[in-house]
Design a protein around this ligand. Structure first.
Ligand SMILES: Cc1cc2nc3c(=O)[nH]c(=O)nc-3n(C[C@H](O)[C@H](O)[C@H](O)COP(=O)(O)O)c2cc1C
Length: 315
């Protein structure tokens, strides 16, 4: 007899975030899992915790010219440039087949002006089959001279408050790690109405080919992800968890169940897997099931009991 949905290896793997029940806390991260449906033949979409689509904008975007992705020590740097098919094609082509999958589908939304974000949200509000929106605030705000929404507290609060007003679905705000105080940004998102926050997005970086003396990416700079960023990401999740009461979804370099446990102990209610899916397209499924085994071995009956369980030794 198979275990009821949400139970694996005798462990209750279900987590609740912003009113959504996830069958387990391991989700696929935006930009590394296409629109989700492309993974249907490789990954059992009914067994994973959920996934976040590639970022969706008002109009289609071709992305940056190649090279736009390079490997670095323990990670990679990408400057994909938010390539996507745009909200109308997403609704027409990707959303209908996604109705087949049982796990929650989160749509990542971005724009270059406040109105772009709101247009995508308002258009998606009319559709079925979406559990929540994740706002990518790491985009250059063209009204603020190209400074990312997510690095300025006032721009972030303004964006989140407007998005909250128009959104008919839970709103997860994905914070940029390229800030001095992640706690201040987390508080700003929470006070403006975010239902949850996710972090971290990639770290701005630069890699140079010393022979040609040129940047390795056509875009010059890109975002660093993968195991190289994990300890910084865990620290940021912990700081954010001290600062807010809303749930946190943690990510950054997770490649094993043990990595995921670190994020949960730091205060995350769930995690996302990004770069690891490049090495193993089934990483999300594998990490979810290993996490259940880890909990079973450690006599943890409910995975949600791990959240915030770090002991600093200063208690
Ligand atoms: C190739 C690539 C594309 C990405 N595209 C997006 C995106 O469209 N929107 C977004 O919010 N994050 C995007 N990200 C960031 C990831 O979702 C994740 O926050 C980051 O990579 C850290 O997790 P990881 O170390 O597990 O990859 C992208 C990351 C990569 C590597």
């Amino acid at each position: 007899m198979s275990a009821p949905r949400g139970f694996q290896h005798g462990v209750d793997m279900r987590v609740q975030i912003a009113g959504i029940e996830f069958p387990n806390p391991v989700l696929a991260a935006s930009g590394t899992f296409a629109y989700g449906i492309e993974f249907e033949e490789i990954v059992d979409l009914d067994r994973i915790g959920g996934f976040v689509t590639k970022g969706i904008s008002r109009e289609p975007l071709p992305g940056n010219p190649a090279p736009r992705l390079i490997e670095t020590a323990a990670g990679m740097v990408n400057a994909i440039g938010l390539q996507n098919i745009g909200v109308e094609a997403f609704i027409a082509e990707k959303l209908p087949p996604l109705a087949r999958c049982k796990c929650p589908v989160i749509v990542n939304v971005f724009g270059f002006q406040l109105q772009d974000y709101l247009a995508v949200i308002r258009r998606l509000n009319d559709t079925e089959g979406i559990a929540a929106y994740e706002l990518n605030v790491s985009c250059p705000n063209t009204h603020a001279g190209g400074i990312a929404f997510g690095v300025d507290k006032a721009s972030l609060a303004d964006l989140v408050a407007h998005a909250r007003h128009y959104s008919r679905r839970p709103l997860i705000v994905k914070l940029s790690p390229n800030v001095t105080s992640i706690a201040a940004m987390a508080r700003s998102a929470e006070s403006a109405g975010a239902d949850a926050i996710s972090l971290v997005n990639t770290f701005v970086s630069l890699s140079i080919d010393i022979e040609t003396r040129r940047p390795r990416l056509t875009n010059v700079t890109g975002g660093l992800s993968g195991p190289a960023i994990k300890p910084i990401a865990v620290r940021m999740v912990w700081e954010a968890a001290q600062a807010v009461k809303i749930p946190i979804i943690g990510m950054g370099g997770i490649a094993t169940a043990e990595d995921a446990v670190e994020f949960l102990l730091a205060g995350a209610a769930a995690v996302q897997i990004g770069t690891a899916s490049y090495a193993d397209p089934r990483a999300v499924e594998h990490i979810g099931s290993s996490l259940a085994q880890w909990c079973s071995r450690h006599h943890i009956a409910k995975v949600s009991d791990l959240t915030g369980g770090m002991q600093t030794g200063r208690e």
